[in-house]
Write a protein that binds this ligand. Sequence first.
Ligand code: EPU
Length: 304
Amino acid sequence: MKNVADHLEILRSRLSNASVLKSAEPLAKHTTLRVGGPADLYVEPAGESDLAETLRFCKEHAIPAFVLGRGSNLLVGDAGYRGVILCLNQPAFCQIAFEGCQAACGAGAKLKQVAVEARRQSVTGFEFLEGIPGSVGGALRMNAGAMGGATFELVQSVRVMDFNGEIRECLPAEMQVNYRHCAALDDRIALSARFQGRPGIKEEIERRMSEYSRKRWSSQPAAPSAGCMFKNPAGIPAGRLIDELGLKGTRVGGARVSLEHGNFLVNDGNATAGDILGLIALVRERARQERGIELETEVQFLGA
Ligand code: EPU
């Protein structure tokens, strides 16, 4: 992006003072993998009108825009991103409001907090969100799941904004939802969603959440990662496949296949995006050569 400083000033003049704007923001600190170069511009809009204004600005200046959730399913290239990164983490986007068994949640709300609030309200169905290190918006876009549950099983409706700043309410049936993908959010931004749970018993909800947490800590690594790197192919979970191929512990630079779970590629502390990409290529090549399986990444890529 040319004239970053000029664009920063123009955009600043169009947004309210409560919006946060930065240039050359390192994206490594916004992703759980802890890799990735700088974004030309980084914006935390104060509310929906500033978000819409930023999108209109991007359109007028032909600048690409990308909405970052909690960065837990994202691999950003070492060269960073030549455009505007939007992060919906201001309070206007983070509400969690239960009314009976229905929850209205902003895209920026943390999934763990949604699960904790559901427990407080004795509403069941949200327990699987407990350990997903993401935001509501990211979970909608990815149809994130764990422990046999998936986000869209709870969704009643989603408020979305298109890249012209227009808002509408969508029903799941029109959102092309699949395993780890919601096509309707490829070119729209989720602002908030209504989720439907069921009446539950607090102690049972608590027990399920503890059980999920125990399962997760015993089978998944604590080192920085983007969760599962590959979608599970038909016939065999990717983690078991990578394990059977003997690839656990395999390294490229500072990137390593986790010893705890084969589908987690972890950053040992000094990995670059290039290292992670090299390791992805190595794993895919072995799966192709030895089993004839094409592994598809679950993690999203951003930048060169
Ligand atoms: N397995 C191995 N070796 C390994 C890893 C797994 O043999 O190194 C075996 C396990 O013993 C199990 C099977 O493979 O029999 C499946 O493993 P697991 O139960 O861990 O589930 P998964 O399919 O690998 C999925 C989600 C995870 C989610 C877990 C728990 C995908 C790609 N992954 O993993 O989601 O946390 O279930 O419910 O669907 C993510 O999406 O980022 C993610 C971590």
